[in-house]
Design a protein around this ligand. Structure first.
Ligand SMILES: Cc1ncc(COP(=O)(O)O)c(/C=N/[C@@H](Cc2ccccc2)C(=O)O)c1O
Length: 455
């Protein structure tokens, strides 16, 4: 039957304004050629991140009026507890102000100097928090993940043999195993249920705690429903509860697949772990029934968790991202395949083959997108990857990407067309684009505040 339109109608709009190319060239220069330094008002279509940028529903906004701002025992905490139980199956959780705060608590509990922390692929804050505890992040994703042209259904999968061999050799130095769903660094690629189960079995074999990084768990579940045999007739909550049943817990940035603008949590099955986490929670986040959030934020999150697993929402969400990917492919603009759950990733390496990695092709393409169309994407390449703490050289990743990250329920299909048209214009004149060098390079998570100049 006909493909459905958006499963919502719009009740409030936030005007956005176009700027001239001349203005944008001036603004990006003043921003040190780093789109993170741009003011939102100077950005037309903001695809920097899907984190915290979603539109909330009327149901969530109504929940904001029901904040119980009690210091201890807020009713919103208990509504959130019920939502986590319903969608993830976990009985215990520590609210935190956002995802990296949950990572901070979890890794302080588990990671010691010199430890290895395996993951399919660490994203920037997970990698930074492991390193902050003197641990060593290890990526053990399947090799196909590094081939941008290879169209396989679950490119986020952990390589089970690699994990088994790694634990065989380093088990005493591995305190915890992580699995990121969907896999952000690899292109928003899902992990299959079978793979989650296999990782769980390996962790049991070596008696290791196994945690999911659940930021985009609902999108992962939708891909399982679409692509994995045996799941077509299962509901999304049935799939999400099964996913989480194989892990001991999860870190969660609710700014993604809980449809809120701030908030996160660390959830787990083991009440004893919660007691330990609460001690750090009190120190870093606030009393354990609010964790750095207002009661109203927890209410909006509880309602968002129940909305994000609704199938008609997920169908719309995944189809819109895929639409942008298809438009770009029609225009012969190189993208990572298959299209991810939360973003289309331009393959800057293929787009700008003449720019060497140490002149940051992804950064150059990100700047060009802003100058051409007022579009803010984000470089997911050498800049984001940072420096190898042991060698001091750039920690060159296999892929040089520019992520066009689609916020949830914010932009229309016409915005997608404009993005695709701008990318095409740039692609037609790609030989005019040059590389960049740092004029200021921070020590940690450099991509957020670095400044550049054209080479
Ligand atoms: C798989 C995964 N695990 C944990 C976190 C931390 O969660 P939190 O502390 O941000 O709540 C994130 C955050 N991801 C943001 C970060 C970002 C990057 C570039 C530009 C803007 C924002 C993103 O991918 O967009 C994540 O992706």
């Amino acid at each position: 039957e006909m493909m459905a339109a958006e499963p919502f109608r719009i009740k409030m709009v936030e005007p956005i304004k176009t700027t001239t190319k001349e203005e944008r060239q001036r603004k990006i220069k003043e921003a040190g050629y780093n789109v993170f330094n741009l003011e939102s008002k100077d950005v037309y279509i903001d695809l920097l991140t899907d984190s915290g940028t979603s539109a909330m529903s009327d149901n969530q906004w109504a929940g904001m009026m029901l904040g119980d701002e009690a210091y201890a025992g807020s009713k919103n905490f208990y509504n959130l507890k019920d939502a986590i139980k319903e969608v993830m199956g976990y009985d215990y959780f520590l609210p935190t102000h956002q995802g990296r705060a949950a990572e901070n608590v979890l890794f302080q509990l588990y990671v010691e100097e010199g430890n290895y922390v395996p993951n399919n692929m660490h994203f920037d804050t997970t990698k930074a928090h492991v390193q902050d505890k003197r641990g060593r992040p290890v990526n053990l994703v399947i090799d196909e993940a590094y081939d941008a042209k290879k169209n396989v259904p679950f490119k986020g999968n952990m390589d089970i043999d690699k994990l088994d061999n790694f634990l065989k050799e380093h088990s005493d130095n591995v305190p915890i195993v992580l699995l990121t769903v969907t896999c952000n660094s690899g292109g928003g690629q899902p992990v299959s249920m079978e793979n989650i189960k296999e990782v769980s079995e390996i962790c049991k074999k070596y008696n290791k705690p196994f945690y999911l990084d659940a930021c985009r768990f609902a999108e992962n579940a939708y891909f399982i429903k679409l692509r994995e045999p045996g799941y077509a007739d299962k509901s999304i909550p049935e799939i999400t509860r099964e996913m989480f049943s194989y892990a001991d817990g999860c870190t969660m940035s609710s700014k993604k697949d809980a449809l809120v603008n701030i908030g996160g949590f660390l959830a787990m099955e083991d009440e004893k772990l919660l007691d330990k986490a609460k001690v750090l929670g009190v120190l870093y986040e606030g009393f354990p029934t609010y964790g750095g959030m207002a009661g109203r934020d927890m209410e909006a999150m509880a309602r968002g968790l129940l909305e994000v697993v609704e199938e008609e929402y997920l169908q719309y969400r995944i189809n819109q991202v895929n639409y942008l990917g298809e438009k770009l492919k029609e225009k012969k603009v190189p993208i990572l395949e298959p299209v991810g759950g939360h973003a289309v990733y331009l393959d800057a390496g293929r787009f700008l083959p003449n720019i060497p990695k140490d002149q940051f092709p992804g950064q150059a393409l990100t700047v060009a997108l802003y100058e051409e169309g007022g579009i803010r994407g984000v470089e997911i390449g050498t800049v984001l990857s940072g420096r190898d703490p042991e060698t001091g050289d750039h920690d060159y990743p296999e892929l040089e990407l520019v992520r066009l990250t689609i916020p949830r329920r914010v932009y229309t299909y016409r915005h997608m067309d404009v993005v695709a048209e701008a990318a095409k214009i740039i692609h037609d004149k790609r030989d005019e684009i040059g590389g960049y060098k740092f004029t200021y390079e921070p020590e940690i998570l450099r991509h957020f505040t670095a400044r550049f100049a054209p080479v």
